[in-house]
Design a binder for this molecule. Structure first.
Ligand SMILES: *[C@@H]1O[C@H](CO)[C@@H](O)[C@H](O)[C@H]1NC(C)=O
Ligand SMILES: *[C@@H]1O[C@H](CO)[C@@H](O)[C@H](O)[C@H]1NC(C)=O
Ligand SMILES: *[C@@H]1O[C@H](CO)[C@@H](O)[C@H](O)[C@H]1NC(C)=O
Ligand SMILES: *[C@@H]1O[C@H](CO)[C@@H](O)[C@H](O)[C@H]1NC(C)=O
Ligand SMILES: *[C@@H]1O[C@H](CO)[C@@H](O)[C@H](O)[C@H]1NC(C)=O
Ligand SMILES: *[C@@H]1O[C@H](CO)[C@@H](O)[C@H](O)[C@H]1NC(C)=O
Ligand SMILES: *[C@@H]1O[C@H](CO)[C@@H](O)[C@H](O)[C@H]1NC(C)=O
Ligand SMILES: *[C@@H]1O[C@H](CO)[C@@H](O)[C@H](O)[C@H]1NC(C)=O
Ligand SMILES: *[C@@H]1O[C@H](CO)[C@@H](O)[C@H](O)[C@H]1NC(C)=O
Ligand SMILES: *[C@@H]1O[C@H](CO)[C@@H](O)[C@H](O)[C@H]1NC(C)=O
Ligand SMILES: *[C@@H]1O[C@H](CO)[C@@H](O)[C@H](O)[C@H]1NC(C)=O
Ligand SMILES: *[C@@H]1O[C@H](CO)[C@@H](O)[C@H](O)[C@H]1NC(C)=O
Length: 754
């Protein structure tokens, strides 16, 4: 029964074939050869829907197919067609018969399978373009490329692994572009890729893999090389000298590796270079003196290395600079030597955490396109002058931790004029001044795009000013480490976008108003879902609970409230239970009294809850056993009594989380008297220790970028006792020591980078 229609189809396709055959001779049109048609149909057969409309008589006119004059299929181009394999195996056998194929483009589909199928690979002897990017291919690469005509190979964004065989490029004399980024390849970067005889190679992309070892010399033989990317790998050693022989280079991007040594001054031979990204390595020495000879340079990205010395003066000749990023190095020198008016194209300046001194030159304000300035934690003399308003595109400004930044009122009044400001950090400045209650305007309309405001570590006095209630876009507010008095205004609960509020270590008093507990972004999932992710101009680094810091190019939705170390009193309002999206609540070291509201257990996303060092009484609500995400918990030093509710969750915390109360039961040693006690068996202390050493979430401070996510690694080692009080400075110091380790962690997290 099944055979019958098949025969039928064969007969009809045979007759069609004959018809086409005749047409071919009479009209000289491109009609496909029957074997090609059969191969194509068998390819189509292995693919699941959406099915291809490959029905018309001549397969040469099918979608994605091109034939040559003789009816051989030369092009098979079906990118982004939602192709999936029915059987899950790459149709290599059928492809193998398309022996005249020159262009194969199946990118952006869901094809799985291994390429290590010699039938397919070896028979495509005319292949010039091979694009299989963005599929689900796995396995290792075959021993060599199929064709000596091959010009372009793109395997990027698959799941291929293993080393690239040194024989792979044996006959690929005409290769111009090779892209294997975003796979899990390992082993060395294959230097055999540069053929000594003919070296047409222009684009090389090895980034986002696990390549390791040093970059051996050999790339210098690629005399036409323009783009060399191998960032986000585990490469070590120094930059190979012969790379500086490739004078055609336009881009060198090797961020997030472990390269060390100095950058040779021979780099100034690469006069066509526009992008130099060596960030997150261990490079040392000075910035090449003659870097400025590279007048085409647009992007200099050298953050997170050990570079020292000062700016080479020659840099002033890089008049095409768009991005100058040298943060977190040991650079120094007088910044006022720089005449920024030469950099008329500059969009991003990042010099944070270095030792630059001198007056931040006014000429900076002549860079009309400037979008981001981050120079915090230097020894600069910074004053906010009214010409900053001439920077019409300014959206990211971070100036704190420098010298002499004073007059907070004047500074804010001026900055209000920067209409597109999204991130404003002036931490560790204005010491001891008063937070201005008004900014001198009747109808306050400043900062209407501001999403992050950081005035932490300033010892500011005064109260929380009303103008903050007008910041309709504000998502993150950091007023940590000030001397702010008064109560928390109930209007704070109306800030439509706020999700991270940090006001630790202030002198706030009074009750926590119940109106505060209606922050829309913490109450309603629908509202939170509407937060659109807007990119910010410079990356920020955020630790995750799992100890792997992540680099973000946008503000991170981190629903959290830090009110530790204030003088808040009264009951914790039961309305706190409305903030159901909250992940972190720190009310410790205040004067809260009364019972712990049962409603806290509504906060199902809670990961860290700290109510320690208050005067809370009564029992720990039994419903707390339902807080399943809790990874850090502390109610120590209150007046709590009774048994600790039994749950694997609560018992897994260290006893210190409960001490200083009249509590009983595990994990405390004292057993409960009555039968209602929770006599759970002793948990292993090891387990409890790991919990206790969970990484604190410093979203806010972190978001500013001057504290990077280094405690992700060092946290468990050193941070535990100190972080609560002095994490700013502490982390700043830790960062350099540990950043190598972190770089490796980040590399392993690269797939989650944005
Ligand atoms: C399939 O292709 C034929 C001819 O190429 C065309 O007439 C027909 O409308 C197409 N069908 C669909 C569903 O696109
Ligand atoms: C490929 O061609 C060979 C011989 O030309 C033939 O035997 C085989 O069936 C073909 N395979 C496919 C999948 O078309
Ligand atoms: C493959 O097709 C996609 C989508 O049209 C295109 O962007 C890409 O450049 C093609 N690949 C090659 C190597 O031409
Ligand atoms: C390599 O490219 C050159 C120039 O385009 C061409 O003449 C030559 O035939 C190509 N070689 C191969 C093996 O395709
Ligand atoms: C390599 O492919 C990735 C996409 O997977 C793309 O982003 C990148 O620009 C490509 N590299 C080069 C040098 O073209
Ligand atoms: C890397 O590949 C994955 C799929 O394997 C894809 O989802 C992701 O977008 C790719 N990343 C980049 C930077 O291209
Ligand atoms: C590279 O990684 C592989 C597998 O992890 C390891 O066996 C090899 O020793 C590494 N090579 C170098 C030079 O580090
Ligand atoms: C680089 O080029 C110089 C000549 O400019 C040559 O002497 C040297 O051997 C080359 N280096 C390498 C590693 O190829
Ligand atoms: C630099 O680029 C220009 C313009 O693209 C080109 O003409 C010149 O040959 C390049 N120089 C080198 C050394 O490749
Ligand atoms: C490269 O730079 C070195 C020293 O800076 C110089 O001696 C050499 O001539 C330069 N080579 C080229 C090709 O410019
Ligand atoms: C900048 O370039 C000019 C012209 O090439 C040169 O005379 C001058 O010395 C260079 N300046 C620096 C600081 O290198
Ligand atoms: C802020 O005040 C505290 C306590 O008075 C003091 O220890 C600290 O040094 C001050 N901070 C700054 C940045 O001056």
């Amino acid at each position: 029964m099944l055979v019958q229609p098949a025969n039928h189809a064969m007969v009809s396709s045979l007759s069609r074939f004959l018809l086409i055959f005749m047409l071919l001779f009479t009209h000289n049109i491109h009609a496909c050869i029957q074997t090609q048609r059969i191969s194509l149909l068998s390819i189509a057969f292995t693919l699941s829907s959406p099915s291809l409309n490959w029905t018309s008589s001549s397969c040469c006119y099918w979608e994605g197919i091109t034939c040559n004059r003789d009816g051989w299929v030369t092009h098979l181009q079906l990118p982004s067609k939602g192709l999936k394999l029915k059987g899950g195996i790459f149709p290599s056998l059928s492809l193998a018969n398309l022996t005249h194929l020159t262009h194969l483009n199946l990118s952006h589909n869901s094809l799985s399978g291994s390429l290590d199928q010699t039938e397919f690979f070896l028979s495509l002897n005319y292949l010039e373009i091979l694009d299989l990017s963005y599929n689900l291919l796995f396995g290792v690469l075959p021993s060599s490329l199929p064709s000596s005509h091959i010009r372009m190979v793109d395997f990027s964004s698959n799941r291929l692994h293993g080393a690239i065989p040194s024989s792979f490029f044996q006959q690929a004399w005409n290769l111009t572009s090779f892209n294997v980024s975003n796979n899990t390849f390992s082993g060395p970067i294959p230097s055999s890729i540069c053929h000594p005889s003919s070296s047409s190679l222009r684009h090389l992309d090895f980034s986002f893999n696990n390549f390791n070892g040093s970059i051996s010399s050999g790339l210098g033989k690629c005399s036409e090389l323009q783009v060399f990317r191998a960032g986000y790998n585990y490469l070590s050693g120094s930059l190979p000298e012969d790379i500086f022989n490739s004078t055609t280079l336009e881009e060198i991007s090797l961020p997030l590796n472990s390269l060390y040594g100095a950058v040779s001054d021979r780099i100034s031979n690469l006069t066509n270079l526009t992008t130099l990204d060596l960030s997150y390595n261990q490079l040392s020495g000075v910035i090449p003196l003659h870097l400025g000879k590279l007048s085409k340079l647009k992007h200099i990205i050298l953050d997170f290395n050990y570079l020292e010395g000062s700016f080479p003066l020659s840099l002033m000749n890089c008049t095409n600079l768009v991005e100058l990023r040298m943060g977190a190095n040991n650079l120094g020198g007088d910044i006022s030597m720089l005449n920024f008016s030469k950099f008329s194209q500059l969009r991003k300046l990042d010099l944070r955490k270095n030792n630059f001194f001198g007056i931040l030159p006014r000429s900076l304000y002549s860079c009309k396109f400037l979008k981001a300035i981050r120079v915090n934690y230097n020894n600069l003399e910074v004053q906010i002058q009214s010409d900053v308003v001439s920077l019409k595109s300014l959206s990211f400004l971070s100036l704190g931790g420098n010298k002499r930044l004073t007059n907070v009122k004047e500074a804010l009044k001026i900055l209000m004029g920067c209409k597109f400001l999204v991130v404003l950090s002036l931490a560790s400045s204005f010491v001891g001044e008063e937070l201005p209650a008004d900014l001198g305007t009747v109808d306050f309309d400043g900062f209407q795009n501001l999403r992050l405001l950081d005035l932490s570590s300033c010892n500011l006095t005064g109260q929380i000013p009303l103008w903050i209630s007008k910041l309709k876009m504000l998502e993150i507010l950091d007023l940590n480490q000030n001397r702010i008095t008064g109560s928390i205004p109930s209007w704070m609960g109306n800030l439509p976008r706020l999700y991270t509020l940090s006001m630790e270590s202030n002198l706030l008093s009074g009750q926590l108003p119940k109106q505060f507990c209606r922050l829309p972004m913490l109450v309603s999932e629908q509202a939170a879902a509407q937060l659109h992710r807007t990119d910010i101009e410079l990356p920020i680094y955020i630790p995750s609970v799992h100890a792997k810091p992540l680099q973000y190019n946008y503000l991170f939705y981190a629903p959290s409230i830090y009110l530790r170390d204030n003088c808040l009193s009264g009951n914790i309002p039961i309305e706190i239970g409305q903030l159901q999206l909250l992940q972190l609540l720190d009310l410790s070291a205040n004067n809260f009294s009364g019972n712990i509201p049962d409603q806290i257990s509504n906060l199902k996303h809670m990961e860290r809850l700290d109510l320690s060092m208050n005067h809370l009484s009564g029992k720990i609500p039994a419903s707390f056993t339902g807080l399943n995400f809790l990874s850090s918990f502390n109610v120590s030093y209150n007046n709590l009594g009774g048994p600790i509710p039994s749950s694997t969750q609560l018992q897994s915390f260290n006893a210190s989380a409960f001490e200083g109360n009249q509590l009983c039961g595990a994990p405390l040693r004292n057993k409960c008297q009555t039968t209602e006690g929770a006599d759970a068996p002793d948990m292993s202390t090891q387990d409890a220790d790991t919990k206790e050493h969970q990484i604190p979430w410093f979203y806010v401070s972190v978001a500013l970028g001057f504290i990077t996510g280094f405690w992700g690694v060092c946290g468990p080692l050193v941070l535990m006792t100190k972080w609560r009080y002095a994490y700013y400075h502490f982390l700043d110091n830790v960062q350099d020591r540990f950043h190598v380790m972190i770089a490796k962690r980040m590399a392993s997290m690269k797939r989650r980078f944005v």
